[in-house]
Write a protein that binds this ligand. Structure first.
Ligand SMILES: NC(=O)c1ccc[n+]([C@@H]2O[C@H](COP(=O)([O-])OP(=O)(O)OC[C@H]3O[C@@H](n4cnc5c(N)ncnc54)[C@H](O)[C@@H]3O)[C@@H](O)[C@H]2O)c1
Length: 252
């Protein structure tokens, strides 16, 4: 779980899971460059000693250039975490073309380009590790998440193929599939007891995964400790999707 001497880029690093991953990578000794389209999180990244660059990953050319610049600046690139993503939950029959476009541009195309740009650099170096943020929705989902679930399943599928495209060059590609994670937004929503009870009922422990727990998983996959992992979807749902009917279970 050691990332000493390594340089890791994390997208969407200004808040939520991305910030948790950036913090965990810094704690493991890595130099971290955080990309975010907003600047609000810059202070938090600077506090943990990470570099912050304003990058919108949907500007695919700009994103690619930013990866090349971060690589040049640090002199190396050992880890790439494609975390930036959006969730759109909307009744299936009401989903607009614009919402479809947003989901695929942010959640799928940017991840593909992030993997290509980092993959080319890592291929040259003969080593590297990539972690893509998928979701439990790649496996089990619910109405209103048709678009989101499809993009997260696409990330898992791309990850499997890329493991074989980049594996021969010493580059591993894995996906992390969390269920509900306690980001700032979830934290606020959980102040309402009804929401808290609902979120806690999702898994047998009745607890909610923290961004630090996802950070630890990312560090594992990026470090030599995760050397056996390639093309994996690491399900981090605390058992949620293992049960046939969560609500039936709660009633008994
Ligand atoms: N939070 C959860 O419960 C959960 C569960 C499963 C998977 N995920 C996935 O984890 C990832 C992070 O989720 P989160 O909940 O931390 O999100 P969040 O909304 O809390 O934070 C996302 C961060 O990414 C940035 N971002 C968004 N679009 C961007 C863009 N186009 N370019 C650059 N930065 C951008 C935002 O500014 C923000 O700082 C997403 O891919 C999400 O789908 C989250």
């Amino acid at each position: 779980m050691n990332l000493e001497g390594k340089h890791v880029i994390v997208t969407g690093a200004g808040a939520g899971i991305g910030l948790g991953i950036a913090r965990a990578c810094r704690a493991a000794g890595a130099e971290v460059t955080g990309f975010d389209r907003k600047t609000e999180g810059a202070g938090k990244l600077e506090e943990i000693g990470a570099r912050c660059v304003q990058v919108d990953v949907t500007d695919l050319d700009g994103f690619e250039t930013a990866i090349a610049e971060a690589h040049q600046r640090a002199g190396r690139l050992d880890g790439m975490v494609n975390n930036a993503g959006v969730t759109i939950k909307v009744p299936f029959l009401e989903m607009t073309r614009e919402q479809m476009e947003t989901l695929w541009t942010v959640n799928q195309r940017s991840v593909l380009v992030g993997c290509q740009a980092a993959g080319r650099i890592m291929k040259e170096a003969g080593q590297g590790a990539i972690v893509n943020l998928s979701s439990v929705h790649a496996r089990a989902t619910n109405p209103g998440h048709e678009g989101y679930a499809a993009t997260k399943a696409a990330i898992a599928a791309m990850t499997r193929a890329m493991a074989w495209s980049l594996g021969p060059y010493g580059v591993r590609v894995n996906a992390v599939c969390p269920a509900q994670v306690r980001t700032e937004i979830v934290d606020k929503a959980m102040q309402y007891s009804e929401t808290a009870a609902k979120v806690q009922a999702y898994n047998p422990e009745g607890t909610v995964t923290t961004v630090d727990e996802i950070g630890a998983l990312a560090v594992f996959l990026l470090s030599d400790a995760g050397s056996a992992m390639n093309g994996s979807e690491v399900l981090a749902d605390r058992g949620m999707s293992a049960l046939l009917d969560v609500f039936d279970m709660r009633r008994t």
